[in-house]
Design a protein around this ligand. Sequence first.
Ligand code: SAM
Length: 255
Amino acid sequence: MDQTPDDLSELFSNQQSRSGYVKQMFGEIAPKYDLVNRLMTFGLDARWRKAVARAAVAQNSGLVVDAGTGSGELALACARLGAQTVIGLDFALPMLENAQTKSQHLGVPNSHFVSADATRLPLAANIADAWTGAFVLRNIPDLDGALQEALRVLRPGGRLITLDAARLQPRSLIQRLLAPGARFHFNKLVPLIGKLISGHSDAYQYLPMSAENFFTPTEFSLRLRKNGFEVLRSFEYVAGTVMLHIAMKPEAAPE
Ligand SMILES: C[S@@+](CC[C@H](N)C(=O)[O-])C[C@H]1O[C@@H](n2cnc3c(N)ncnc32)[C@H](O)[C@@H]1O
């Protein structure tokens, strides 16, 4: 059933229904997911994911866990950049099928795709060198649950690298100048392009709403610290509409 803008707004006050909506919606847009991404970011999404993959494999990564892996773009980038093993997890099966097909087609035997919820990873504690998530945390109502799972599976000193759309709050002059264009692109053009190509009426209306209900880069750093991470670096792209954070599970838990 098509969701009205009011239905979509309601999702942000009802965690249970948002999680169900997200799972079903990503399953439905899976066939055109990569194409819409490329078009709406003018191809920049691939570059951002590469920056995440580089940070993830920077320290001789044995195991990289890619939560909300979707069509597997980031997981495959990590595997091809030299991670020993990459496990991509997602709860939308059609997305995982895309990832699996791509992995076989490209011949990337060190990538594996598993159906799982990011708030309940079927993995032992302290085994991952890096946990990555691209455009996923914003979609998880139980954000702290997902961050705690990341902390649990990471080994001490392991890295969490996240890429996501941010709530727009222009600070510098250049960001203020670019903000109206960024808003028009995100709130008007993206829903239109998304609807025309995917045929899905509300998925790409949900996208700007989810960013508006998420964090600014500074707020997100604070949330990472509250969940026990040490924030190492953060970056902002396209007038602050996209943010990348690199954080670490501390070597020793604070007393
Ligand atoms: C915007 S897509 C991003 C996919 C991929 N990381 C990328 O960079 O293209 C978000 C993905 O997260 C998945 N997802 C959202 N919430 C999840 C959860 N709680 N557990 C597992 N996967 C989840 C969705 O099914 C979807 O495939």
